[in-house]
Design a protein. Structure first.
Length: 66
């Protein structure tokens, strides 16, 4: 099973994330999508890195983080 995590600054009301999820769901039969956070401060790479670093080890090898 493919696992994809997502971390972004899109916020909870942006349709961009829904479109991205739909894109992957249509193409990958067995997909588990995990939202880490979509409330990162705009363009704050350090905050996104911190969140991903905290969550990274909880996921199986081969997980794709976007």
């Amino acid at each position: 099973m493919a696992v994809i995590t997502a971390t972004s600054d899109f916020g909870p009301k942006d349709a961009t994330l829904a479109k991205a999820k739909a894109h992957f769901i249509r193409r990958v039969k067995e997909l588990q999508w995990v939202d880490i956070s979509h409330e990162v401060e705009p363009h704050n790479i350090q905050q996104a890195s911190f969140l991903l670093k905290r969550a990274f080890t909880s996921f199986p090898p081969g997980t794709i983080h976007v």
